[in-house]
Design a protein around this ligand. Structure first.
Ligand code: HEM
Ligand code: HEM
Length: 182
């Protein structure tokens, strides 16, 4: 409801949002520093990367369903229209990449016939058959999307800090604090 100016995100939305951030730190650290690990630690650590990524995929699907079912808190009424538009555009772009990146990873692993052992519980199905050429393309795409995500997240986090410390509104608190919310 537009009148709920003090509404927060629901406990579920907040938990998933911050858990995604934690998973991202792990995903980027492993993605970039895997080759610096001792040889014998690389395969299990890469499986952890893949498992974290698939977890992000599942969490993103759940939070999108929840978002469209329950709605989100209204933005500050006095926010300039272009900033509202920019915020939504960035958030939808983030959602798009949050879905695309793990799917590209899954397709890449499938094309390269490198199994995904989900938290060492069992192997996920292949999405496509072996394809060396495609696997190289998807590897490049995975690296590009990672950078795009990093840039978007930096802008997104800077905007959140701008709301809190410059505009002094409730935008960051709505993602941190409790209260009745969606
Ligand atoms: C949102 C989820 C994910 C993010 C943010 C992410 C991020 C990254 C990053 C930053 C790299 C390093 C790229 C580079 O050095 O150019 C990487 C590498 C990799 N990712 Fe992901 N990834 C995600 C999900 C997945 C998934 C689901 C899979 C497979 C099922 C996967 C498989 C791989 C593999 C095989 C590598 C190469 C590691 C190596 O040998 O150095 N990723 N990822
Ligand atoms: C680094 C620290 C981060 C901060 C301070 C932060 C802060 C916030 C805040 C304050 C909101 C609410 C915006 C609003 O009410 O319009 C939000 C929403 C959102 N954040 Fe973050 N965030 C961070 C990291 C991330 C990361 C790593 C991701 C995903 C890769 C992410 C994805 C999203 C998405 C998709 C939304 C939209 C939620 C919705 O309305 O459906 N955030 N974030």
């Amino acid at each position: 409801m537009r009148t709920e100016l003090h509404a927060s995100y629901s406990a579920f939305s907040r938990a998933v949002h911050w858990l995604t951030l934690v998973l991202f730190v792990g995903l980027f650290l492993i993605g970039w520093f895997l080759d610096d690990l001792p040889q014998e630690m690389r395969p299990p650590t890469l499986q952890l990367h893949k498992s974290f990524g698939i977890t992000v995929l599942a969490l993103t699907v759940l939070r999108l369903i929840w978002r469209f079912a329950a709605g989100v808190p209204p933005m500050p009424a006095d926010l300039p229209a272009w900033q509202k538009l920019a915020a939504r555009a960035a958030q939808y772009a983030l959602y798009g990449l949050l879905l695309a990146q793990p799917l590209v990873g899954w397709l890449w692993s499938s094309a390269a016939t490198k199994p995904i052992n989900f938290y060492f519980l069992g192997q996920l199905p292949w999405l496509i058959g072996p394809d060396k050429q495609l696997s190289r393309t998807l590897a490049g795409l995975h690296g590009t999307i990672a950078w795009a995500l990093l840039v978007l997240i930096a802008i997104h986090a800077a905007a959140a800090l701008y709301h809190h410390f410059v505009r002094r509104d409730r935008v960051l608190l709505a993602m941190v604090g409790g209260g009745a919310g969606r």
